[in-house]
Design a binder for this molecule. Structure first.
Ligand code: PEP
Ligand code: MG
Length: 315
């Protein structure tokens, strides 16, 4: 029993009946790796590369980027490291890239839209990633932010493939991308759902306006519907679908996401232990029942209560 408890505290993510749900860490740079390891992350599910680019007049060099990516790959031999290419604009403005005169920056030229206008920045980043992965034992996966449709997904996968990236995916954080995930699924190797932006755009509520936080609630049944559509489309073609937004860090919601068919959860490292215990305390069927109950609810609060009633293993 003690071994089982220790395993629950540190082993790979799985439900009580052994259904695997990989537990990964969100990091912003090499400084976050120690905490990820300490909390038992199986790898990195979201490497936010913006932090390397912040507060500078020009992008970091290829060598500087390679070293920063390499640090994460070296830390997880046998694991996977999902790196997001630069997500500039809106809440992450960069002086040398982002337009400053847009009336609605969150709806403006951001994420992949910026990179397509600055192919040199993307090319350098992809080259740095490929160089970083050479000779390491971790699996490098690269994903694009703010992808809206299959054309953008195909463009990114082709560009990453030409640069030598072995696994290319997209973040699903724009509602039409979730609604038409079946169109995107054939173009990429994996999905990662960004529930922070997906909630912002689905509810038309700016994530930076604190007084709108209730509209950002990740338990909203409408948001769960978008997650379900995305996970189903990925599952139908046998491709992984993770969640890397804040929603993954809520232990009860993590169970619901697993029940919706999400295959990995990535979060700030400090949230990993409680999510690991929540998954280990409920069966996959209980997670599926909780997901169905939450989607049948009519509000975020009702969804939360309905899911909890189906998850007896929760503390
Ligand atoms: C998200 O949008 O949910 C996400 C994980 O990315 P970020 O918070 O960096 O926009
Ligand atoms: Mg986002």
């Amino acid at each position: 029993a003690r071994a089982a408890a220790a395993e629950q505290a540190s082993g790979p993510g799985r439900t009580r009946d052994g259904h695997p749900v990989a537990l990964l860490a969100n990091i912003g740079g090499p400084k976050d790796i120690a905490a990820a390891l300490e909390h038992g992350a199986e790898g990195v599910g979201l490497y936010r590369t913006e932090f390397l680019f912040l507060d500078r007049a020009a992008p970091p060099s290829l060598d500087e980027q390679r070293d920063a990516y390499r640090a994460a790959l070296d830390a997880f031999p046998g694991g996977k490291v999902v790196v997001r290419v630069l997500d500039a604009g809106a809440d992450k403005p960069l002086a040398f890239l982002s337009a400053t005169d847009e009336p609605n920056p969150a709806l403006g030229v951001r994420g992949l839209r910026i990179l397509r206008r600055h192919p040199d920045v993307l090319a350098t980043q992809l080259a740095a990633l490929v160089a970083a992965a050479e000779g390491t034992r971790a699996e490098l996966q690269v994903m694009a932010p703010m992808v809206a449709d299959a054309e953008e997904a195909a463009w990114f996968a082709a560009t990453a493939g030409q640069a030598g990236v072995a696994s290319a995916g997209v973040m699903v954080e724009v509602p039409i991308a979730a609604l038409r995930a079946r169109d995107l699924a054939g173009e990429v190797d994996f999905f990662s759902i960004g529930t922070n932006d997906l909630a912002q755009y689905a509810a038309a509520a700016d994530r930076q306006v604190g007084s709108l936080s209730a509209h950002q609630d990740p338990w909203q049944p409408g948001l769960l519907d978008l997650v379900a559509a995305t996970a189903e489309a990925a599952g139908a073609v046998g491709k992984p679908c993770g969640v890397c937004g804040e929603a993954a860090a809520d232990p009860a919601l993590a169970c619901v996401l697993a029940g919706l068919g999400v295959t990995s959860l990535s979060m700030g490292a400090s949230a990993l232990p409680l999510v690991r215990v929540a998954l280990a305390s409920n069966t996959h069927e209980q997670c599926r029942n909780a997901a169905a109950a939450a989607r049948a609810a009519r509000s975020a609060d009702q969804a939360r209560a309905a899911a909890r009633a189906e998850l007896p293993g929760l503390a």
